[in-house]
Design a protein around this ligand. Structure first.
Ligand SMILES: Cc1cc2nc3c(=O)[nH]c(=O)nc-3n(C[C@H](O)[C@H](O)[C@H](O)COP(=O)(O)OP(=O)(O)OC[C@H]3O[C@@H](n4cnc5c(N)ncnc54)[C@H](O)[C@@H]3O)c2cc1C
Length: 386
């Protein structure tokens, strides 16, 4: 399959479609051993990577059926401290990896029972999670509601500022020699002789390449050049979000808090990110009263003092959801074509492992065991019929 791949002979030319955390991260890791160009429809980092909450939640979100995804998330979590440190060194931007951990709050006995049920499964995977009594929870977060049942503490589920992350990745990639073409949407993958040979942009210009990497997030299925059944099965999953403004000197929260119905993510500058709705509405960008109400009510039930906080921002984003909610990482359906998409609600968490493993696959033809279960093959008809 890889017999035409030129990396064995010379520095390959790589065209990446999409400048989110996935495309920028891969570009950075490929630079030096490849000539990398990234084509981006809008401004770099303005897609889901900008809209996200930045939680690195591999443990507290784990649900039955997600064993391999949890393993991938844990692998990426382990890479995060080194990734953040390296980014700071090369870009000068601190992505604010905060390590207070995450609390999954139970307001009622019913919430506690639900968390307990998931915890049984999570313990089988040896995930570091600890149940805290109401008093122990309040000792960690004094501004929680008057009546709570307790919380699950996840000491290794941290957070980063995802907007700083895209800035840092951009600087890192560009200083390593990557060219980023903003406002240059790709219309289709150029296919010649059954091989990916570059990209064709909306303006009709053609950019030849030895290798093409599709990393267009929720838009990945829209890129032409391939028959529909060979395109990655990725759809947009709409998420409405809002941010409140806390006093950075006296923040209401320090941990990431998963409350029933919403999560709350405190940033160092006092922003409190509250998210996110999960809606199957295609690329709809409407911010609705109902969506905001749901988030604000859930936040207020958990931390009543949010009532007093000014609203800083409201926005909407589209998660790239695949058919099984796990990413699609590996070779595409043509020689010279690779897929890195479908990261759904975990793309920030998975940025380091995606960048490292995809660069290794593209440059050295080695499949990192961490990404082996996430190939496109799992969705292809032959496999589905087995
Ligand atoms: C509301 C919300 C909350 C989230 N919270 C978290 C979280 O807390 N933790 C976490 O780990 N993940 C979270 N995620 C998920 C995470 O944001 C995504 O999985 C991740 O950003 C995907 O990165 P990406 O680079 O694939 O996609 P994107 O960042 O969307 O980048 C894809 C890029 O491709 C570009 N593009 C599209 N079409 C074309 C074209 N034709 N030509 C060229 N470029 C094109 C787009 O403009 C875009 O910039 C959240 C997502 C949302 C929406």
């Amino acid at each position: 399959m890889t017999d035409h791949l030129p990396h064995l002979k010379k520095k390959p030319r790589v065209a990446i479609i999409g400048a989110g955390v996935v495309g920028l991260g891969m570009g950075w890791r490929l630079a030096g051993r490849a000539v990398v160009e990234i084509f981006e429809r809008g401004a770099a980092g303005s897609g889901a990577s900008w809209a996200a909450a930045g939680m690195l939640a591999a443990c507290c979100e784990a649900e039955p059926g997600e064993e391999t995804l949890v393993a991938l998330g844990r692998e990426s979590q382990a890479r995060w401290p080194g990734f953040a440190k390296e980014l700071l060194r090369v870009s000068g931007i601190d992505v604010e990896l905060r390590r207070e951990g995450t609390l999954v709050l139970a307001l009622t006995a019913d919430d506690q029972a639900e968390i307990g049920h998931r915890l049984e499964f999570q313990r089988q995977l040896d995930l570091p999670l600890e149940w805290l009594s109401a008093a122990a929870t309040r000792a960690r977060e004094p501004h929680l509601a008057g009546k709570i049942a307790g919380a699950l503490f996840s000491p290794e589920d941290h957070q980063v500022d995802n907007r700083k992350l895209v800035q840092a990745l951009r600087v890192a990639a560009e200083s390593a020699g990557v060219t980023i073409h903003e406002h240059r949407p790709v219309k289709e993958i150029l296919v010649q002789g059954g091989q990916a040979r570059g990209v064709v942009c909306d303006d009709g210009t053609m950019a030849p390449a030895d290798i093409v990497v599709l990393a267009a997030g929720a838009w990945s299925r829209r890129i032409g050049g391939l028959p529909p059944d060979r395109r990655p099965p990725v759809r947009p999953v709409k998420g409405q979000m809002l941010a409140l403004k806390m006093d950075p000197a006296a923040p209401l929260l320090n941990h990431v808090l998963w409350a029933p119905g919403a999560y709350l993510v405190p940033r160092r500058d006092g922003r409190l990110v509250v998210g996110g709705t999960v809606e199957e509405k295609g690329f709809d960008e409407t911010i609705t009263a109902g969506g905001l109400l749901k988030l604000l009510e859930a936040a207020w039930r958990a931390v009543p003092a949010v009532e007093e906080l000014p609203v800083d921002e409201i926005w909407v984003g589209h998660r790239p959801g695949s058919r099984d909610d796990a990413p699609i990482l590996g070779r595409g359906p043509l020689d010279g074509l690779f897929y890195a998409t479908g990261h759904h609600r975990n793309g920030i968490l998975l940025a380091p492992v995606t960048a490292d493993a995809m660069a290794r696959l593209i440059l050295d033809d080695v499949i990192d065991p961490a990404i082996r279960p996430f190939g496109l093959e799992r969705f292809l008809p032959a496999r589905a019929a087995e």
